[in-house]
Design a protein around this ligand. Structure first.
Ligand code: VG1
Ligand code: CO
Length: 632
């Protein structure tokens, strides 16, 4: 084949967000738009790393993926890449890509012999939980040789390159058939170029399954050959008549793994799988596993309004489009993602073979509840708080400092790969359930998801938690709100004036019966003897900044935090994954240690803090919104 440069001009706004570049399909379909980003990535990686490399290219199968894969294959050949691995039909979940990079690094003998190189990384084609289809979102991100998302140093460089790009390189190859497993080879002036289509699930399934021979040899976890779960004990649980199960892939790529793992390997019934056929448009839905968007599962689990007569399953879970997120549900019971990671961490050593030698440490993103902090403290584990986005966990894991980590946004994972992992989280929960019910499957009462969570609260206290999302807000208004909060944050006394208004004399007629304020009548005046008794005072406020303990890099402006005396927290940040307008996220958390008070309804328990947050931020004034788009 021949390689030729193609002239191009820069596009505005190709800055990767929290997890890659996400835009409307219409934007990606503009001539050279994808090409510019891909070439800018190759340039950022430098020809030294790209030439002779082996790259994975696949994704969640959303609309435009197939076209994008053909474009990237030709550009990879044009840039001197030696080999491209593609999951059959272009399907690979984000965690599976991470596993494939790590699994195949250095083991592709032919590629090593020919080029002396190893897998450089992957282009993952996904916009994750964002809807797909001709009028919806597409996305692309680059993952490094450790299997994790490119760090900010690289994404910043990619962005810089997109601003000055003048040409890209591409080869005059025909389209490659990515529907059939096999290798297609081409020869160019510099040597051979291979495209290998492989089974989307097998590497990942192999990684998840425990190999008992290795149980006794923890030293080998360094080379990541150690498998993770005890499939046999999970199978006993899933096939027990006492236990019922349901998994919803929301028509995302998780469907390609769910049947193989849950049904074929673990013996779950096929009828327990919902929406497990991957679709380019996710069946028109929003592939985001939460109580709002995973409607079918939520109602099956007895949590929706349209409760049927049928007894809900004991366990339910859902994934997002690229299968790195998870939602865990029990019968008529929702497990918050923050609780989920805390509970997995607290039970991992006993219940999951991969961790039986102990945890190296745990980590959470800043807005994730402090539940994990309490577990870390009690179990004497190393603990880290990083900015939002999985890329920040990678260095900690590479340095052997962190085994389990999580985000409040339905992301949970471990150092078996460098992405969050939706199916792993389900297997982790099934492992815990299998462990707790080892003796109960024959006779005795089943320990349920709800029991496990309530016991956890009784031991560690409960972190009431909710997130309010204001989606597609006017970008200018969102910026103003954040600027206002940054300014306010610098003066604690002003903050507390808003949070806990002091004594005030208000002329009669002006007074309103605000929730939480005690009103007292005085002749001619109304004395608002302020001091809300239902929230404590703010003792610290700042804009979160992170210094990576491994490479020393600093990430600024990672969200505004208000920390209260009693451990409550309010956090405001702007989303970095949207494709239009701005999304404001408000995270609200309150710690309750008293075991007699951990059973309240979470929205009730948090109502006073919500009121404070909305007042403090002047949310309605800035955004014109009286209610959030989604509450999780
Ligand atoms: C959101 C979540 C964040 C997550 C990111 C990618 O980012 O809040 O925790 O890591 O999505 O998840 P943001 O910037 O919109 O808040 V995924 O499953 O979309 O790759
Ligand atoms: Co995702």
């Amino acid at each position: 084949f021949n390689v030729s440069p193609v002239e191009t001009t820069p596009f505005d706004g190709q800055k990767p967000g929290t997890s890659g570049l996400r835009k409307k399909v219409k934007v990606f379909k503009q001539p050279n738009y994808l090409e510019n980003f891909v070439q800018s990535t190759f340039t950022a990686l430098t020809p030294r790393k790209v030439r002779g490399a082996a790259l994975v290219v696949s994704g969640d199968g959303r609309y435009f993926s197939k076209d994008a894969i053909q474009i990237i294959i030709k550009m990879a050949a044009g840039n001197g890449v030696r080999r491209i691995w593609v999951g059959q039909n272009g399907l690979l979940s984000t965690p599976a890509v991470s596993a494939v990079i790590r699994e195949r690094v250095g083991v592709d003998v032919s590629s090593r012999l020919v080029s002396g190189s190893r897998a450089t990384g992957a282009f993952i084609l996904t916009a994750s939980h964002n809807p797909g289809g001709p009028n919806e979102d597409f996305g692309i991100k680059y993952n490094m040789e450790n299997g994790g998302p490119a760090p900010e140093g690289i994404t910043d460089q990619i962005y810089e390159n997109t601003k000055t790009i003048k040409e890209y390189l591409t080869a005059d190859l025909p389209d490659v058939d990515i529907t059939a497993i096999g290798v297609t080879s081409f020869s160019g002036h510099d040597g051979q170029f291979d495209v290998e289509v492989f089974d989307s699930a097998s590497d990942y399934v192999k990684l998840m399954k425990m190999d008992t021979a290795k149980l006794f040899c923890h030293c080998i976890c360094m080379n990541d050959r150690l498998s993770i779960f005890d499939f046999e004990s999970i199978q006993k649980l899933l096939t027990s008549p006492k236990f019922t199960f349901c998994y919803d892939a929301l028509h995302g790529v998780a469907g390609a793994y769910a049947k193989r793992i849950f049904v074929e390997e673990l013996g779950a019934q096929e009828s327990s799988l919902l929406n497990c056929v991957p679709k380019e448009d996710f069946g028109g839905g929003h592939p985001d596993p939460n109580l709002t968007y995973a409607k079918e599962l939520v109602s099956r689990m007895g949590l929706g309004k349209s409760n049927s007569e049928v007894e809900p399953p004991e366990f339910g879970a859902a994934a997002d489009g690229d299968a790195d997120r998870n939602m865990i549900l029990g019968k008529r019971f929702f497990v918050t993602p923050s609780d989920s990671v805390s509970i997995i961490a607290a039970n991992a050593v006993e219940a999951i073979p991969y961790f039986s030698a102990g945890l190296k440490g745990v980590a959470r993103s800043m807005p994730t509840s402090s539940g994990l902090d309490v577990v870390a403290k009690n179990l004497n584990l190393k603990f880290f708080e990083v900015p939002t986005g999985w890329k920040f966990f990678g260095n900690l894991m590479d340095a052997g400092l962190c085994s389990i980590c999580g985000e409040e946004s339905f992301g949970t994972g471990s150092d078996h790969i460098r992405e969050k992992d939706g199916i792993w989280a389900v297997l982790a929960w099934l492992s815990i359930l299998a462990y707790k019910n080892k003796e109960n499957l024959g006779g005795g009462e089943l320990v349920t998801v709800e029991d496990i969570v309530r016991n956890h609260w009784a031991t560690y206290g409960r972190h009431y938690y909710t997130r309010y999302d204001y989606e597609n807000v006017d970008a200018g208004a969102a910026k103003e709100l954040m600027a206002y909060l940054v300014k306010l944050q610098s003066s604690l006394s002003e903050v507390n004036d808003c949070v806990k208004p002091g004594l005030k004399l208000i002329e009669c007629g002006d007074c309103r019966d605000d929730a939480g304020l005690e009103l007292e009548l005085n002749p001619g005046f109304l004395i608002v003897s302020g001091i809300r008794s239902d929230v404590s005072k703010v003792v610290h406020a700042d804009e979160f900044e992170y210094k990576d303990p491994i490479d020393g890099s600093i990430s600024k402006h990672q969200g505004i935090r208000y920390l209260f005396e009693d451990g409550s927290r309010l956090i405001f940040r702007l989303s970095g994954t949207g494709s239009e307008g701005a999304t404001i996220r408000l995270y609200i958390e309150q710690y309750e240690k008293d075991p007699s008070k951990t059973g309240r309804d979470s929205q009730d328990a948090l109502a006073p803090l919500v009121a404070v947050a909305l007042g403090l931020s002047k949310m309605q004034e800035f955004t014109g919104r009286s209610a959030p788009t989604v509450i999780t």
